[in-house]
Design a binder for this molecule. Structure first.
Ligand code: TNX
Length: 685
């Protein structure tokens, strides 16, 4: 499909039951398989979902499940100790809980009382093995929930876990029924790596700030703490640079052409928009790292500025274009490896200095990513390439930032060292050819972020060819000729992937969603989820034997992932409902309904059933007056790039007498546990 001249090496290359019982009900034990003792417990009005183990991703370092559960009620308060930073996290927690519960939980100072959630930020709560204080302790008992950490980031990570202890429909954007119970647990948790990243390419296809902000929020829920933004490439330059208006006006005009188009629509961000996204990232305890790729992947810069005679700053007659095409021309295909900025043009440095300095002022993050990947030696010799990188690194340092780049920047002749970061992208492992950039980075004592394309490139197809639920136009396969599903993303060890590149050098992991084939946010979500969750766990959770689909670690992961599918559905996040996971049914009853002339009809419950056509799900309704009937299941079906929507379970019934009736909806489908939920109907006189 596409030639990748500089990268030849690449080619060598439960059975659990989810129940909600808002109030005492009698249970259809046969449909759900509940033992009678449990049915009795349910009938006593105890929420049943706490009996299933918490399904937290990424897996906490240590977790013990206690007895009983804690319930978030409208009377609950969030009690905070630890100043304004802790208060801000408390506000985040209140905001997370608000849409689905409808509760406006007050935030109060102090240790709190019975029934409260309390947050404590104190140095005394530091955890061993957690030098950066990203960890937290969470204690949930029947009486209260207590979260403690030594930094606000740690508290923030803790509230992400709290969300996952609540019923999956806590992620809903509209009000749902409780009860909002959390199982009693004791968790001590902290990350394996400090760098847990997600990269988005808005150069190949433009994405607006709102799309990025949404993705930041989605990723933060899984303790991702770096957002790497690929702002410039051959097909697009996406940010206003003061003094160089053509960079965005001309450089931002298009995107890679897809679906028979020569060019897709482009766009660019203003500096205010960039600042707002950076601030938003920070409020999610995420570092925003801007990348302006150079000296290759620069056709958009070249096309904007190579004969800009009106800009007085660009007064060197030496051309900035050292690319393959003479004269340079737009190429909105997926081609790579044809562009390069000329090192010996002063204009090159005038432009790059403006970019680096303005970005440095715009965002508080520590890093500037100068790219550095895939420059064919036919365009720049290694010595020219190395001196280019060295020169740009000096500009980055002068702007007060630390250099990051693709691991190519560790190659012969560059003068980089710690704390600069080399991001390893090659799929090559062990001592295979192609691993040299990794070992060179280590030799230079650079820090390494692992993103081997065959385990971390989120633009790669889940399944090869046109098999199954895979649209032919979405995704690439150069790194994953046989497809890369969640198992590939989970089963690898960043600290042992390349021989000689160990956890002494590796600071983290990054998933990269490249934009050539990904034309909108719906596509982004589909490719990112659920694979990002595998990377989040690899980056956060302790080392484990992650090698095959049979390893206990992987099996535990896919079991926990099953519950996350329901969360994603309730949140409205698109994802690929991979057949590797036995997705679960999650059912929540509708809010109280009133009968009209003793007749009720419509939705009684909302069902998350990832990957299951509505027609394959059976629904029974007990109306609460002794009669039963069938329910209908319907909703938005799946397409080849979109998971099915939430389903509504509907039914209609005429009651004989006025009263308050508690009914039950029970759903079942082949190959998975059923689910039940109660609903209430008021039949007025
Ligand atoms: C490689 S490896 C790239 C990107 C492409 C991506 C497509 C590396 C640093 N760059 O330019 O978009 O493959 O999968």
């Amino acid at each position: 499909m596409r030639a990748r001249p500089s990268a030849k090496t690449r080619r060598l290359l439960g059975a659990a039951i989810v129940l909600a019982f808002p109030i005492a009900i009698a249970l259809a034990t046969s449909a759900t398989g509940l033992a009678s003792g449990k049915a009795a417990a349910a009938a006593r009005g105890i929420a049943a979902d706490h009996r299933t183990a918490p399904q937290v991703v990424p897996k906490p370092v240590a977790m013990t499940v206690g007895t009983g559960s804690f319930t978030v009620t409208p009377g609950l308060r969030i009690a905070v100790r630890g100043g304004s930073a802790a208060r801000a996290v408390a506000r985040d927690l209140a905001a997370y809980l608000r849409p689905a519960t409808g509760y406006r939980l007050p935030i109060v100072a102090g240790a709190g009382r019975r029934g409260d959630i309390s947050l404590t930020l104190s140095r005394r709560d530091a955890i061993r093995n957690d030098p950066d204080g990203e960890g937290y302790r969470l204690d949930v008992t029947r009486a209260r929930a207590t979260l403690a950490a030594s930094t606000a980031h740690g508290l923030y990570n803790g509230i992400q876990t709290v969300r996952q202890l609540l019923p999956v429909w806590i992620e809903s954007t509209s009000v749902r029924r409780g009860p909002w119970t959390m199982p009693a647990v004791r968790i001590v948790d902290y990350p394996r790596y400090v760098y847990r990243g997600l990269m988005l390419d808005i150069a190949r296809h433009y994405e607006p700030p709102s799309a990025v902000r949404r993705l930041i929020a989605q990723a933060a829920a899984y303790k991702i703490d770096v957002f790497h933004l690929h702002l410039s490439d051959d097909q697009g330059f996406r940010l206003v640079i003061k003094g160089f208006p053509r960079l965005s006006k001309i450089g931002g005009r298009g995107s890679v052409g897809t679906h028979g188009r020569k060019m897709d629509p482009g766009g660019f961000w203003t500096q205010d928009q960039y600042r707002a996204v950076a601030a938003d990232a920070r409020s999610h305890f995420m570092t925003l790292i801007p990348e302006v790729d150079s000296p290759g992947h620069t056709n958009a810069i070249i096309m904007s500025e190579y004969n800009d005679r009106r800009n007085p700053r660009l007064n060197d007659p030496h051309n900035i274009d050292c690319g393959k095409y003479k004269p340079p021309r737009w190429d909105y295909s997926q081609n790579v490896g044809y562009s390069a900025l000329c090192p010996n043009s002063r204009n090159t440095w005038t432009i790059l200095r403006a970019i680096v300095e303005q970005l440095a002022r715009m965002a508080p993050g520590r890093y500037h990513d100068l790219g550095g990947d895939e420059v064919p030696r036919s365009l720049l010799r290694q010595s020219q390439y190395a001196s280019f990188v060295n020169h740009e690194a000096r500009i980055v340092h002068a702007a007060g930032k630390t250099v990051m780049g693709w691991a190519d920047i560790a190659g012969p002749g560059t003068h980089l060292t710690a704390p600069s970061i080399a991001e390893y992208w090659n799929p090559a492992a062990g001592i295979a050819s192609g691993t040299s950039t990794g070992t060179e980075a280590v030799a230079k004592r650079m820090k390494v972020v692992m993103a081997p394309a065959s385990h971390a490139y989120l633009d790669q197809k889940y399944r090869a060819g046109s098999a199954g639920n895979v649209p032919p136009t979405l995704g690439m396969s150069w790194a994953c000729p046989r497809g890369c599903d969640v198992d590939r993303f989970y089963n690898w060890n960043p600290g042992r992937y390349v021989t000689g590149v160990t956890d002494r050098n590796v600071i983290g992991v990054e998933g990269a969603i490249w934009g050539e084939t990904v034309v909108n946010l719906n596509n982004v979500d589909y490719m990112v989820f659920p694979r990002l969750l595998a990377l989040a766990e690899v980056a956060w959770s302790p080392k484990a034997k992650r090698s095959t689909r049979h390893s206990p670690a992987y099996r535990g992961f896919v079991r926990r992932l099953a519950a996350q599918g329901d969360r994603l559905l309730f949140a409205g996040t698109n994802f690929y409902p991979t057949p590797l996971v036995r997705w679960r049914l999650a059912l929540v009853g509708s809010r109280v309904r009133s009968a009209k002339r003793r007749h009720v009809s419509g939705a009684l419950a909302t069902l998350a059933a990832p990957g299951r056509p509505a027609g394959k799900i059976r629904a029974r309704i007990r109306w609460g007056d002794g009669s039963t009937g069938a329910g209908a299941v319907g909703g938005r079906p799946a397409t080849s790039t979109r998971v099915n929507g939430l389903y509504a379970v509907t039914g209609s019934h005429r009651y004989m007498h006025a009263g308050r009736y508690v009914g039950t909806v029970t759903v079942s489908a082949p190959g998975t546990a059923g689910a039940s939920a109660a609903f209430v109907v008021l039949v007025p006189r």
